[in-house]
Design a protein around this ligand. Sequence first.
Ligand code: SAH
Length: 245
Amino acid sequence: MRTLRFYVPLEFSVGDVIKAPENTARHIAQVLRLRVNDEVTLFAGDGMEYRAKILDVSKKQLSLEITTAIANSLESNIRIHLIQAVSKGDRMDWVIQKAVELGVTSIQPVTSSRTHVNLSVERFEKKRLHWQAVAIAACEQCGRNVVPEVRPVAALFDVAQGYRAHSSMQKILLSPQSNAKYRHDKSTADDFLLAIGPEGGFSDQEEQQLIALGFESYRLGPRILRTETAAITAISILQAYHGDL
Ligand code: SAH
């Protein structure tokens, strides 16, 4: 049976007895129907994995004893920061889930001139929390013990400006308008910034602004990919050439 893994953002060490957060407790007790002495794996985002034994289980509460701590990093040797234009429906969920499985370090959702999703700050914050939960669930499933951060939604230009000083990063803009194919042998970077446009693409002006801020623009073949396909393809290419695929 696959190990049952749960993200529990607490600090703990071997021998500690902890109470699981309410939603984790409910999932373990009522959905999975685990019982006293059953074992689960916990991770807190510090790169460690903790084995834990169920000590007590009731309707609302679940206590666990941490029995073993294991250093188990599944992190890539490169860091990929994904700047993803917010897309409609559940496409963002899909991108976030797959990007986490493929080892991204952080996800920065952005708005741009052709972004069709325009929400209030509060609604975007609710969405961010949802996307962060998607990232956590992907870590639980794929074995990562470090949870990629989903950053607050921000405007494309502000984000690109914010990375201006990060000169050792390779900044990549994916654009069907580009004539250049990605040449892996030209890169010595360990940190990559990847910008993917919305369904309607970035405007020419936005692409020019990114290029002026140090982005190189590349094309992923002759076909127009959906925004989520482009993101996953580009991450896979970077991991295959420089990382751990
Ligand atoms: N309607 C736009 C396409 C947008 S596709 C147009 O015709 O130009 C959405 C995003 O996915 C793009 O902004 C780009 O970042 C990425 N993308 C899609 N296909 C791509 C390709 N063949 N090469 C590079 N990037 C691509």
